[in-house]
Design a protein around this ligand. Sequence first.
Ligand SMILES: Nc1nc2c(ncn2[C@@H]2O[C@H](COP(=O)(O)OP(=O)(O)OP(=O)(O)O)[C@@H](O)[C@H]2O)c(=O)[nH]1
Length: 810
Amino acid sequence: MARSDECYSTQLIDGDGIFNATGIESFIKEVRLGECGLSYAVVSIMGPQSSGKSTLLNHLFGTNFREMDAFRGRSQTTKGIWLANCAGIEPCTLVMDLEGTDGRERGEDDTAFEKQSALFALAVSDIVLINMWCHDIGREQAANKPLLKTVFQVMMRLFSPRKTTLMFVIRDKTRTPLENLEPVLREDVQKIWDSVSKPHAHKETPLNEFFNVEVVALSSYEEKEEQFKEQVANLRQRFFHSIAPGGLAGDRRGVVPASGFSFSAQQIWKVIKENKDLDLPAHKVMVATVRCEEIANEKYSSFAANEDWCHLEEAVQSGLIPGFGKKLSSILDDFLSKYDAEAAYFDEGVRSAKRKQLEEKLLQLIQPAFQSMLGHLRSETLEKFKEVFDKALNGGEGFSSASRNCTQFCMARFDEGCADVVIEQAKWDTSKVRDKLHRDIDAHITSVRTAKLAEITAHYEAKLKEALSGPVEALLDGASSDTWPAIRKLFRRETEAAVSGLSGALSGFDMDGQSKDKMLGSIENYARGVVEAKAREEAGRVLIHMKDRFSTLFSHDSDSMPRVWTGKEDIRAITKTARSASLKLLSVMAVIRLDDDDNDSIENTLSVALVDSANATLKDRSATTFDPLASSTWEEVSPAKTLITPVQCKSLWRQFKAETEYSVSQAIAAQEANKRSNNWLPPPWAIAALIVLGFNEFMTLLRNPLYLGVIFVAFLLMKALWVQLDISGEFRNGALPGLISLSSKFLPTVMNLLKRLAEEGQVPAANDPQRNPALASKSFRNGVSSSGDTSSSASSEVTSSEYSSNSKED
Ligand SMILES: Nc1nc2c(ncn2[C@@H]2O[C@H](COP(=O)(O)OP(=O)(O)OP(=O)(O)O)[C@@H](O)[C@H]2O)c(=O)[nH]1
């Protein structure tokens, strides 16, 4: 590429028709043509070889095209097509110097370089200078005739030709004024136009529809150089603002933006070389498509590598970025604006389509970052919701109001965050993420609500259990006619308190009536369950309770003092009282009587069946064959409320009686022994007879000092024995009565033991408390003669557990 001062030139197409793409690229960069948009003009010159074309251009536009050396003769100088920029003319004007047209070297067919370059010049240029000798005007054999013919012919190969300015530059003008020359020239041109065969559509089309014809005449450069230069300077003025309305340039219909010039020229030359017709509008669209795409791709790549964007893309991984949407929108805007600026002069349809594509691609690139931001925003808002919701609940706000307020607050916060994240150009829908957040919040509310309700329910259940369990146990333990009314009262009071408490606690939950009633109903059922479970538990130990009660009443007097069997007590009556109290306990524990209408005659039935029938004579008993306890259900009580079935009552009673019988017999034995010990002195007549009959022996003893000594020693021994027994507290009525009492108490016991041991020896039932008094005495917890023992308890528990399982089966 040649350069002189501000002027650059390059060979656009060489003599062999090869397009110099590299050369033109660097030429365009040098002259900064890309920045010109549509503000540039292309001027080309055609004409016979060595007709001073290069000389004219160099003078007219300040270019540096090679000129023929005047001393070398008239031979071809310019090969192919050369391109240069014009220094000092506004707008930027590109000048093309074409190879001469009448050279002997070229042929005449369509592929002839002459025709191809003429067509190229017409397609690319706004102004075409036709250089011609003055003496050729009006001449039949003028050198410019074939050239003009060529121009008009190739013109037809443009589908919709642009209106180009054809400026005829008459060289070496003679003295004939231009006013005279011009009509002749125009006539010549018209004749040539008429003679050219045209397509049907343009048969009648006048010449001026395709061309602005201008004519200028210049003096000879060689002979009148000064005049030539002056005229050229004048002519130069006409090229200023050539593209303005009314300027020298044509209609510029096919003009492409300056940044597309290189590509456009290359494509046009390619089409011409392939000997195809040129559709300039389509070409314009094609150039726009390619160039806009190039610009868009370039913008996309530079956006992807943009430092600000890369920084945002990286930062978005770690969390929310304040002002994300604005920052990204501004970067996007910047790149799209750059695209707009560069593609501004290309076909609008193509430009917009490519802009849209670029925008879509850019948005596609940034969408993951946007989605990440939304994800961060969603999870951050959810966390915030959990925090404020927790705070509100802990602060005592009602559940429903807290959930409503916190949801509103957090959704508003999310919307605000969305506005900060949203990218202006994208208009992406955030409603799905919003809905997801709403769903997450709702799910959290539901789970917290479930947990809270469970917590409240558990709290009231625990309270109920504590309030009912112990008192019910105590009430059942002291079973009496008032037990179940008292339990009912307790149950009602505690249930009502729990229901009212729970109802108050639920008021903050905005529950529908049905759910609330269900929960209140379930707490009521729970309370009932606690009472029933406790009753079942106590009923499982009814035998122990019965024995406890029997023992308490049997072994203690009305002042709760341990009873001493002196012999005055009515053991039968005491036993009867203690048994009927135990029977009462059994009847109380037999069924659950939690409802007001739970009235039954179980106590009566039990009394009749178990006590009265036992007291009845054998005859009475045989008279009635019906046993009211021979049933597994109580007639007037539903099985669900049954704790001990009639048949179980019977069996329990039998066991109870058997296990308490020994205590009674022990009491009777103790009473008998006591009675005997209180009557140790012989009758008074025996004492009188003893004194009268034994008076002499008594006196003999008193008079004999040896006997007296023996008696004294015996007295001392007796006295010592007395003191010893007095210390042990066993007897306080003197040594003799003590000894007698001792013997009267121990002897029967020792005799009994010996007798029973003898029986045991015959029947091997060492572990049977019924047969083994020693064990039996142990088996009776809190019994009169011995204290409770684990084996007896175990026995009772076994019985109880057997019974319990029976109860459950019921
Ligand atoms: N008679 C005459 N000769 C001129 C004029 N201008 C230039 N010349 C001479 O014509 C010769 C050819 O000049 P160029 O400017 O090289 O002509 P060209 O048309 O560019 O030649 P090619 O590029 O080979 O077609 C030179 O010797 C010039 O001195 C002119 O106005 N009148």
